[in-house]
Design a protein around this ligand. Structure first.
Ligand SMILES: O=C[C@H](O)COP(=O)(O)O
Length: 264
């Protein structure tokens, strides 16, 4: 079993990303973003950069969420993009257009797309390349599907990471955010145990050590992450990738407070 000693640099910002998935309609997405903007404006740790927030609304909600977040430090992103930038691809979402629409980040490889929409490793790899090509920071989701030992979970997650990054050529060193999301812990009352997360995150960091394609790499935990998760993880992750438990801005505010507690 791996220990829970912090592996993040002491002065690195804590990164808190929230995906709204398809939970909120347009009005509720905009209201949520107004609440998050309020948290960002009044919380000193967000204003001074100790906590970095990003929001991934559904695509039609992007303009309203962008407007609500204007003037704050909350970064905007999308939940998916096409592997293609232009052409006869009906219904697809170009990374170039996401960037032009104000997105800084884009999620790639979430299990709900891998399983629900048949996105295989080749698709995930091509989408990751499209993100980097368009100057978007990929939030690459990896994680084992079944509850297995931490060693097996680490093997499955690092294999997904290596596959997604295979062949990537970054003209400029890019930023990469990896969200470790054990599939069995998504949509549950509680996150995965801290010792399990620690072992997989250590393996993911090892896999990324010295990768010169990236100017910065962050490893987040997602999967029923909530208030209390940062304290439980004691600095072994760079932050959290949140779903349901941050769909109330007041809960997100509590997690921001927790992020500024010494030791987290
Ligand atoms: O995208 C976020 C993750 O899948 C986690 O979602 P959840 O916290 O609602 O389980």
């Amino acid at each position: 079993m791996s220990d829970l000693r912090p592996t993040t640099a002491p002065n690195r910002p804590t990164l808190l990303g929230v995906s709204l998935k398809l939970y909120l309609d347009l009005d509720r997405s905009a209201a949520w973003a107004r609440g998050v903007a309020d948290v960002a404006r009044r919380h000193p740790a967000v204003a001074d950069g100790r906590v970095r927030l990003f929001a991934l609304p559904s695509l039609p909600a992007l303009p309203a969420v962008r407007e609500a977040l204007a003037g704050t430090r909350v970064e905007l992103g999308a939940q998916d993009l096409s592997m293609h930038d232009r052409g006869a691809y009906t219904g697809e979402i170009s990374g170039a257009d996401l960037a032009a629409a104000g997105c800084r980040l884009v999620e790639v490889g979430h299990v709900e797309r891998r399983l629900g929409f048949g996105e295989d490793e080749d698709t995930v790899r091509a989408k990751l390349q499209a993100a980097v090509r368009n100057g978007l920071t990929p939030v690459l989701c990896v994680g084992e599907h079944e509850r297995v030992s931490p060693v097996d979970a680490a093997a499955a997650s690092t294999a997904q990471l290596a596959s997604a990054l295979d062949g990537l050529r970054a003209s400029e060193p890019a930023e990469l955010i990896v969200a470790y999301e054990p599939v069995w812990a998504i949509g549950m009352p509680d996150p995965a145990p801290a010792e399990h997360i620690a072992e997989v995150v250590a393996a993911l960091r090892h896999g990324l050590d010295g990768d010169r394609r990236f100017a910065s790499v962050s490893v987040l935990y997602g999967g029923s992450a909530q208030h209390g998760s940062l304290s439980a993880l004691g600095g072994i992750v760079d932050g959290l990738f949140l779903g349901r438990f941050a769909h109330d801005p007041a809960e997100l505010a509590r997690i921001v407070d927790e992020a500024t507690t010494p030791g987290n």
